[in-house]
Design a protein around this ligand. Structure first.
Ligand code: SF4
Length: 185
């Protein structure tokens, strides 16, 4: 772990699961594994998090929650799917209300296998996520520049389109509103 140069803050969300993987995530925080000694902090605020740990599968009700947490996290960010339920739907895959794994809703960077996933595997997944995070951080300035260029191109294109499709101006109306009232004698 000496090559872990950043102290990642993680946020954990449990989708539709048996809670087995959640217990293993919590075990990582206990004195037995004590990930805080590496600077890994479990935060409840997506805006403070670098890494999104998701356990359990995806159903209709948790789709908006997963999306909202992901969208609130600042870039660069990494998603780690923990356990077979989060990676593919797992044992719940055939249930009437299960859509599948986390990657049916948001992009996943690291898949941690297991049912339940072992704490060692979860820590390994977070460390792998740090590598992905570093790669994303290096690419971020170029991505932002490209987004700005695209946005200004769209705005310019929209302005030009508005100009060319502006309705022709016609002179003052020559015909007044029709009168349907009773004519006076
Ligand atoms: S992968 Fe296994 S232990 Fe983890 S939530 Fe799914 S069923 Fe439970």
């Amino acid at each position: 772990m000496s090559y872990v140069t950043k102290s990642p803050w993680v946020i954990h969300y449990d989708g539709s699961s048996c809670n087995g993987c959640d217990i293993e995530v919590l075990a990582c925080l206990t004195p037995m594994y004590d990930v805080e000694r590496f600077g890994i902090i479990n935060t409840g605020n997506p805006k403070h998090a670098d890494i999104f740990l998701v356990t359990g599968s995806v159903n209709e009700q948790n789709i908006p929650v997963i999306k909202q947490i992901y969208e609130q996290m600042p870039r660069p960010k990494v998603v780690v799917a923990i356990g077979i339920c989060a990676t593919s739907g797992g044992i719940f895959k055939e249930c009437y209300n299960i859509m599948g794994g986390v990657d049916t809703v948001i992009p996943v960077d690291v898949y941690v296998p297991g049912c339940a996933a072992r704490p060692e595997a979860i820590i390994d997944g977070v460390v792998k996520g740090l590598g992905v995070l570093a790669e994303k951080r290096a690419k971020l300035p170029a991505e932002i520049a490209e987004e700005k260029r695209q946005a200004s191109e769209d705005a310019f294109g929209a302005g030009a389109a508005a100009e060319t499709s502006a309705p022709e101006t016609s002179g003052p109306e020559t015909s007044g509103p029709e009168t349907s009232g009773k004519e006076e004698d």
